[in-house]
Design a protein around this ligand. Structure first.
Ligand SMILES: N[C@@H](CCC(=O)N[C@@H](CS)C(=O)NCC(=O)O)C(=O)O
Length: 236
C-alpha cells in the first residue's frame, strides 16, 4: 500500500514553494500540513511537532508512512525518486554526469539565494538592493552561459529549474527594472515554467496559497507578496 505523503512547512514560500511546485508537477498523492508563523499558532510546530519528529526536526519536511525526512534539498530528491517516471528531474537516465551537474546547479543557486534572502532581511533593503543584487550577476551570467538557448537550464526540466525560478521571482520582485536590464533572458524562462500545464493548473487550485517570501515574516524587510500576486494573474 502506498501512503499519502505529508509535506510540512510554514505558511510561506521560503524553502517550501519549490517543493510544492514539485509535488504538483510529479502528481504526488500528498497533503500539506501548514504551520502558521504567529503566536500562538506556531506552538503547533515549536512545542508539538518539533519535539515529536526525529532525528532532525525541521521545516520543510516530508512524511511517508513511518518515515520522516527533513533538509529541503534531500526532500526534493526523495519526492523525485519516489516517482520513477520523473527521475530525469534529477538527471537520472540522461547524460552520464547529468546527475552531478544538476547537484552542481542546485548548489550554485543556493549561493545566489542566500544573498537575496539576506537582502530581504536587511532593514535598508530599498537603499542597498541595487548594489547587492548586482553582486549576484556574475553567478547569474554563468547560469545564462550554461543554459545557452535551452528552454530550461539543461535541455530538459530538472529540480534546478524549480529552485532557480523562485530566486528569479524574488529578484524581479525586489527590482524589476534591474532584472530586465541584466537578466532579461530569464523572462521567457520564468514564463515558460509557469505555463507548464501542471504548474498553471496548480496556481488555479485552492491548494495554491498566496504567501510571503521569506521567514520569519515578522523580521523580514521585504515580502514580495504583491509582486507575486500580480505576476501569477497572467496564469490563472
Ligand atoms: N538546512 C535546512 C534549513 C531549514 C530551515 O532553516 N527551516 C526554517 C524555515 S526555511 C525553519 O523555520 N525551520 C524550523 C525550525 O528551525 O524549527 C534545510 O535545508 O531544509
Amino acid at each position: 500500500m502506498t501512503s499519502k505523503l505529508i509535506f510540512g512547512y510554514w505558511n510561506g514560500r521560503g524553502r517550501g514553494q519549490q517543493i510544492r511546485f514539485l509535488l504538483e508537477y510529479v502528481e504526488a498523492d500528498y497533503e500539506e500540513k501548514t504551520y502558521i508563523f504567529s503566536e500562538p499558532e506556531q506552538d503547533e510546530w515549536f512545542k508539538k511537532d518539533k519535539k515529536a519528529l526525529k532525528p532532525f526536526p525541521n521545516l520543510p519536511y516530508i512524511i511517508d508512512g513511518d518515515f520522516y525526512l527533513s533538509e529541503h534539498d534531500v526532500v526534493i530528491k526523495y519526492i523525485v525518486k519516489k516517482h520513477p517516471k520523473y527521475h530525469e528531474l534529477i538527471g537520472i537516465g540522461k547524460g552520464p554526469n547529468d546527475e552531478f551537474i544538476v547537484d552542481q546547479l542546485v548548489s550554485v543557486i543556493n549561493d545566489i539565494r542566500a544573498t537575496i534572502k539576506d537582502l530581504c532581511f536587511n532593514p535598508k533593503v530599498q537603499e542597498v538592493k541595487k548594489e547587492v543584487l548586482a553582486t549576484t550577476h556574475t553567478k547569474f551570467n554563468q547560469l545564462i552561459e550554461f543554459k545557452k538557448t535551452n528552454t530550461f537550464l539543461l535541455p530538459y526540466l530538472t529540480i534546478a529549474d524549480f529552485k532557480l525560478i523562485e530566486v528569479l521571482l524574488y529578484y524581479k520582485a525586489l527590482d524589476a527594472d534591474q532584472f530586465d536590464a541584466n537578466l532579461n533572458v530569464f523572462n521567457p524562462y520564468i514564463y515558460h515554467f509557469h505555463s507548464l500545464p501542471r504548474i498553471s493548473e496548480y496556481l488555479k487550485t485552492d491548494r495554491y496559497k498566496s504567501n510571503t517570501v521569506f521567514f520569519p515574516i515578522q523580521k523580514s524587510s521585504f515580502t514580495g507578496y504583491e509582486f507575486i500576486e500580480e505576476f501569477n494573474k497572467q496564469f490563472v
